[in-house]
Design a protein around this ligand. Structure first.
Ligand code: GLA
Length: 749
């Protein structure tokens, strides 16, 4: 209401009211974008957040405010370019710019750096015009003397206040311009020395480690130079202010870049203790020749603010991903329970073997059967076959149809593994087209996992990849593709184009990948896709716009997974986080765990089974059947609800607990894990969050037991304030409980 009142007073701009629907719940929210012509201030308000910037006296766009929503009548003063500090720190450097070209005396990270044909390398951008359409703002800037224009796009998500920023760079001169650096945005925070930065790091089979460090003078660079998103850093950050910030309280600014190629996010504390975060294409080994009349579009860098700690920041991102990013947004279907053959058979897939696994998978309630690597070309191991996407005749003499029919007859749909962007040198494709891979003429071609990367930037390669996938999907009843990508780039040359155009491969490759995914989805709308890159090497908001789920890690040790999944959820929703139950002892750490422990670990995300079912005992099948049935009753809450990380598994914690609450608060699900009890201490009491304090909730065990004196039913406030004791002792123990409100009428729950 407050916003609507304010709306009537807006000089320019108008409000948008939208229905945000996730998991059956609809919440109404609105956003306004407003330009005050007198003070030349742009103000974006949505979901309790205000983002503001102004046109300063030098015509540059200067950040003014980003944080908790300020009063509708609060007046934001006009932007004034800051004074330089001594002759060493020019005004360009001290002023918090929204989007600065490298020019004048700019010493901090530029958003844009360009070279002109005559040798000029100075870019100074000033305001030209703007337009506001619904929840989108475009501000046009232009270089002070040359016809280089930049359109800055801002979109605001009404449900979360998350702002999406990107830039379109246009060459209106008569000669080519070389773009040497192009960010989507710079975000600015007020000067201060009590900020800390969180980010995610990893490696193959060890992804999603949450790091935290104080922001000190200088620059921290998060990046991938690998051609794809990478396991090592993920394009996500969160910044907290003050010593007191924790999971549920304090100011947090966060951002995520929607780009699946080489990327870079810099976090700077400058010499005046101002904080700037700039992100976009990685400038390393980068240049893009922008011809006259042409445009270069940057990826979108999303940013948001939470006043309630990093827990709320994650929930905002989860809601945003589910309601606005995923292909099925705003109402993504719950992920089906999958079976995947990889850990059971590796490359040794056969028709009979897969059918035997499928029968057993169907018997425990699996809904989707996925055949992994090994079904195509001359694929016996990882030395051959990639690139030759015909069905292997020895393994499947009658093609895929008999297996697919069998899977359908068992009541499941069928999914298939592909790795479309790769080729083994031992393949018909490579023998025919050795020039199709990334390479520098006459130089060695470094293999990784015995494979090379096809140069998807090439038109012929793009056509080949699209057409074999299109064929596969047109001739087989395939409901799902697991799209893998098992190495990073090396020697990223593109000899077929002129030397000064070759570095465009960093952009054209990814755009073609996105283009193929987009076209395939349009032509085969029933097909769902998983993004996998040797585990979690390609997870970002760009690929999530075109895929329905991701494989977070090849590490399926259920105890390691607690930490992997915890880290993952800082940036991404459990609704896309696939988690399989595999065999014990697990290959990663040779750790032995019960079937129940493995299930409960995987049930925190989107459940799958990847064990060798041919070796399971009747008791294993019985537990699996019960667990899968229980999961189906709560999966909507787990996948689409609000996640509370109650006790973190990080830093050697003995215990870990997560809670998911349905958006309508009619159900909560609690997962509790104990590594090893010590000295007879009881499991820490668990205090729930996010319930409706007035409603009554009935507790029931999915697995394990609570303390004997636990009431069967109590108010939300009781479960949150008094808490619940879980009866759990021993090593590698797990328990899970559901809380159903008396008003929960959803039959699936
Ligand atoms: C990658 C994936 C695995 C599996 C193999 C198959 O490592 O992450 O899940 O699909 O490839 O070769």
């Amino acid at each position: 209401m407050r916003l609507q009142h304010w709306l009537t007073r807006a000089v320019l701009g108008f409000g948008m009211t939208m229905l945000i629907g996730v998991g059956g719940m609809q919440a109404q929210s609105s956003a306004t974008i407003h330009f005050d012509a007198a003070s030349k201030v742009f103000r974006i308000d949505a979901a309790g957040t205000t983002y503001a910037f102004g046109i300063n006296d030098a015509g540059q766009l200067q950040s003014l405010y980003w944080g908790e929503q300020i009063g509708k009548d609060d007046h934001l003063s006009a932007a004034h370019r800051m004074a330089g500090v001594a002759s060493f720190d020019s005004a360009e450097t001290t002023t918090p710019n929204e989007y600065a070209g490298w020019g004048g005396g700019l010493f901090v990270e530029p958003a844009l750096k360009a070279s002109f044909a005559d040798g000029n390398r100075d870019v100074v951008l000033t305001y030209v015009s703007h337009s506001i359409r619904g929840n989108e703002l475009t501000v046009r800037m232009k270089d002070v003397s040359l016809a280089l224009t930049v359109d800055l796009h801002y979109t605001v998500n009404p449900g979360t206040g998350i702002v999406g920023r990107s830039a379109v760079i246009t060459n209106d001169t008569n000669t080519p311009i070389t773009i040497e650096q192009a960010a989507a945005a710079t975000w600015n925070l007020p000067h201060g020395t009590d900020y800390s930065l969180r980010y995610l790091t990893g490696r193959w089979a060890g992804e999603w480690n949450l790091q935290k460090q104080n922001i000190l003078p200088g620059m921290t660079v998060l990046e991938s130079r690998r051609g794809s998103t990478g396991h090592q850093n993920n394009p996500w950050f969160a910044i907290e202010r003050g010593e007191q910030a924790d999971e549920e309280s304090g100011d947090v600014w966060f951002g995520a870049l929607a780009w699946s190629g080489s990327w870079r996010i810099t976090v700077e504390q400058d010499q005046l203790q101002q904080i700037r975060i700039t992100g976009g294409y990685n400038s390393f080994d980068f240049s893009y020749k922008l011809l006259p009349g042409k445009q270069l579009q940057t990826p979108i860098f999303y940013g948001g603010y939470s006043h309630h700690g990093i827990g709320e920041a994650s929930r905002m991102l989860h809601r945003f991903e589910l309601s606005s990013i995923l292909p099925q947004a705003p109402m993504p279907k719950p992920r089906p329970v999958v079976y995947n053959s990889w850990e059971a058979t590796e490359f040794a897939v056969t028709e009979a073997g897969q059918e035997s696994l499928a029968e057993k998978a169907a018997s425990i309630g699996v809904e989707r059967f996925v055949m992994d690597d090994g079904w195509f070309g001359q694929r016996k191991d990882d030395h051959a076959g990639l690139g030759d996407w015909y069905v292997n005749q020895q393994k499947f003499p009658n093609g895929l149809k008999p297996l697919i029919d069998k899977v359908h007859s068992l009541g499941m749909d069928f999914g298939l593994w592909v790795e479309p962007e790769m080729v083994n040198p031992d393949s018909d494709l490579y023998r025919k087209h050795p020039d199709w891979v990334l390479n520098f003429t006459g130089r060695p071609r470094s293999e990784a996992r015995n494979q090379l990367v096809l140069n998807l930037a090439r038109k012929d390669v793009r056509e080949y990849v699209f057409s074999f996938l299109d064929d596969l999907l047109s001739h087989n009843q395939i409901a799902f593709l697991k799209w893998d990508y098992n190495r990073n780039w090396s020697e990223p040359g593109w000899p077929a184009v002129a030397p000064d155009e070759q570095k465009a491969v960093y952009i054209e490759y990814v755009n073609n990948l996105y283009g193929i995914l987009r076209e395939l989805r349009a032509k085969h709308p029933q097909v769902e896709i998983e993004s996998c890159s040797g585990g979690g090497g390609r997870v970002d908001l760009g690929i999530l716009g075109l895929t329905d789920e991701v494989w977070p890690s090849d590490n399926t040790d259920p105890f390691d997974r607690l930490r992997i999944q915890d880290g993952f959820t800082y940036a991404y929703t459990p609704g896309v986080m696939m988690a399989w139950v595999t065999d014990s002892p697990n290959w990663v750490n040779e750790r032995t765990t019960s079937v129940a422990y493995r299930f409960l670990s995987s049930m925190q995300g989107s459940l799958g089974v990847g064990a060798n079912l041919d070796k399971w005992q009747p008791a294993d099948f019985a537990t699996a059947k019960e667990m899968i049935a229980a999961y189906k009753q709560v999966r909507e809450t787990v996948q689409h609800g609000s996640l509370y990380r109650l006790i973190s598994p990080r830093d050697g914690s003995e215990a870990s607990v997560t809670e998911s609450v349905a958006l309508d608060r009619s159900q909560a699900v609690l997962f509790t894990f104990l590594h090893s009890s010590q000295m007879g201490y009881p499991f820490p009491r668990v205090f729930l969050r996010g319930l409706d304090p007035q409603q009554r909730y009935r507790i029931s065990a999915i697995h394990g037991a609570m303390a004997k004196d636990t009431p069967v039913e109590a108010s939300g406030s009781y479960w949150m304030a008094h808490g619940v004791d879980v009866a759990m002792r021993g090593d590698m123990q797990a328990a899970a409980f559901r809380f159903d409100s008396s008003s929960n009428t959803n039959p699936s729950r």
